[in-house]
Design a protein around this ligand. Structure first.
Ligand code: HEM
Length: 517
């Protein structure tokens, strides 16, 4: 009985201890640990804007972003200060390599190709990490797909996925690309025919690219893939447009509605993909279908025996990665191309002449001739330079790396600013903000950039984009078909406001005026 009297005391003591523990965890995560790391980073030679813990530099970044997005005028290709205003400002004070903080996570900002070259010289593809804070935050979107996976697992996934992009497979995909593009252009023709020459080509191209990736990767129609795309888009907006605090301890508790929404959308997408996979397994046609899903479902040699290389969970994550990565980036590369060609009609003419010369004027597009479209390759590269759909590359360091006097500590996240390097006059010259595809004429890979690591539209090293050949083929097929049927100019209703929502996109679409040829 005496023990019963003591129960409230025991309860309150236990509660007190628990609260003390929680308080200690909060103080440790928000203050002690980040301050310790901050001091170590400074001792190792890296400076940067002073953070205030636990938010790091987030408030400053948000403020800069708000003031840069008010008032757009004219079309300037000098976009770095609009897209990443805080980096543009900090670069002036701290140079092209510095540390900034997202919450309590230090990020090494790099816009210096020589530093990047020296830093990555001895690091294999499998030895790079991906920032844990992003992996965790973007889990509903990419899961453990190729973009996020690391180490030996990355080697295994890459080994299974790379064959899907062999020249033979790409060739098989080309006719599906023609089919979807022709459907889009027929709709454009009938719209123009009914007196509506103004079309938002961003949404049109995004739709066609969606259809292409749905068919080429999964052998399904756009309508079947539509639910997945709609939910992926909703998730993208939830994850990247909202007022979130990635990197701040316990940040999910600060935005519970968005976190729950992203999780729910992730589960719904997983469910839809699982049913696409199940249908495909039932249809029993994996052996003949050489699309991505067919290849991933096929038996492969595992440890000398025939077996499945990827589990159902891994398959779903790879499908998400391809649905998102394969559709959005290519559609944006084509959209920015339409903007630049609409404002440079002389390049439309040059490309049309090249198409006539290389491909001919027949009804059938001979895919083997696409490689001969050299000027189109210059245009593609110049567009990827000025408006790179992937505006940054992210990595995490898995061991201390020494570069001159600086040591980058194990666990440091890296943010490689592709937009800054692609717009750096010291790398490209005084005409850096001009659209000049001819800069790739004598130097097709680097466009005359003074440093080989200064042009990185598809990333670098072993982790370079696995889909770049698919993109190049799709780009050439779609652009060839558009240019042979239409000329176009920019609508006066267009507002130039490039913005990042993971990828670099327009803020208000791309209305153009079409003229059938
Ligand atoms: C214009 C189009 C594209 C651009 C600009 C682009 C850009 C990039 C970049 C910058 C990376 C990171 C590379 C790095 O960390 O060094 C990447 C990786 C990746 N991309 Fe792309 N991409 C494009 C098209 C595609 C397509 C069409 C697909 C698939 C169908 C795709 C799938 C992937 C995958 C799976 C990875 C991860 C590779 C790895 O870590 O091993 N991408 N891409």
């Amino acid at each position: 009985m005496a023990f019963l009297h003591m129960l409230p005391q025991v309860f309150f003591s236990a509660m007190g201890l628990f609260l003390l523990f929680v308080l200690w965890r909060v103080v440790f995560s928000c203050w002690i640990s980040p301050n310790r790391v901050y001091r170590r980073i400074r001792m190792n030679g890296l400076e940067g804007p002073p953070p205030s813990f636990p938010l790091g530099n987030i408030d400053e970044m948000k403020k800069d972003k708000r003031s840069s997005s008010s008032g757009y005028s004219g079309i300037s290709h000098d976009i770095h200060s609009t897209v990443f205003p805080y980096f543009s400002r900090w670069t002036k004070s701290y140079g092209k390599v510095f540390i900034y903080w997202l919450g309590t996570e230090p990020f090494l900002y790099v816009a210096d190709p020589e530093f990047l070259k020296r830093m990555s010289a001895g690091v294999l593809g499998k030895s790079w990490g991906k920032p844990s804070v992003f992996k965790h935050d973007r889990e509903p979107m990419f899961g453990n797909g190729l973009i996020m996976v690391e180490g030996d697992e990355w080697v295994r996934h890459r080994h299974v996925i790379s064959p899907a992009f062999s020249p033979a497979n790409l060739k098989a995909m080309a006719s599906l690309m023609v089919e979807s593009t022709t459907k889009m252009l027929d709709i454009w023709s009938s719209l123009v025919g009914t007196g509506m020459p103004e079309i938002d080509v961003e949404s049109e191209i995004s739709h066609a690219a969606g259809e292409i990736i749905a068919k080429t990767s999964f052998g399904i129609s756009f309508e079947s893939g539509r639910k997945v795309f709609d939910k992926l888009r909703a998730m993208q907006i939830t994850l990247f447009k909202s007022n979130r605090y990635v990197g701040v301890p316990f940040s999910k508790l600060m935005c519970p509605i968005q976190s729950l929404k992203a999780k729910r959308l992730g589960k719904e997408i997983d469910g839809l993909l699982l049913s696409i996979i199940a249908d495909r397994k039932k249809s029993n046609s994996t052996a003949t279908q050489q699309d991505l899903l067919g290849l991933l479902l096929a038996d492969n040699l595992v440890g000398g025996r025939l077996g499945k290389m990827l589990t159902a969970r891994e398959l779903v994550d790879e499908c998400k990665t391809f649905f998102f990565g394969g559709h959005e980036t290519t559609a944006l590369a084509l959209t920015w191309t339409m903007l630049l060609l609409a404002t440079h009609p002389e390049w439309q003419t040059q490309l049309r002449e090249e198409i006539k010369e290389v491909i001919g004027e027949g009804d059938q597009l001979d895919f083997t001739k696409l490689g001969g479209l050299k000027k189109m390759s210059w245009v593609m590269n110049e567009v990827l330079r000025l408006y790179s759909p992937a505006p940054n590359v992210q990595r995490q360091v898995r061991e201390d790396i020494r570069v001159g006097d600086v040591t980058v500590l194990n666990g440091t996240n890296m943010w490689i600013d592709v937009v800054a390097m692609h717009h750096d006059p010291t790398l490209w010259g005084d005409d850096v903000y001009e659209f000049k595809p001819e800069r790739f004429k004598d130097d097709p890979l680097y466009g005359g950039c003074k440093h080989k690591m200064g042009f990185l539209p598809f990333g670098f090293g072993g982790r370079m984009c696995v889909g770049r050949n698919l993109t190049t083929m799709e780009y050439k097929v779609v652009l060839t078909l558009i240019l042979t049927r239409f000329s176009f100019s920019l609508s006066p209703t267009y507002t130039h406001a490039p913005a990042t929502l993971l990828s670099l996109r327009t803020s208000f679409g791309l209305p153009v005026l079409l003229q059938p040829l």
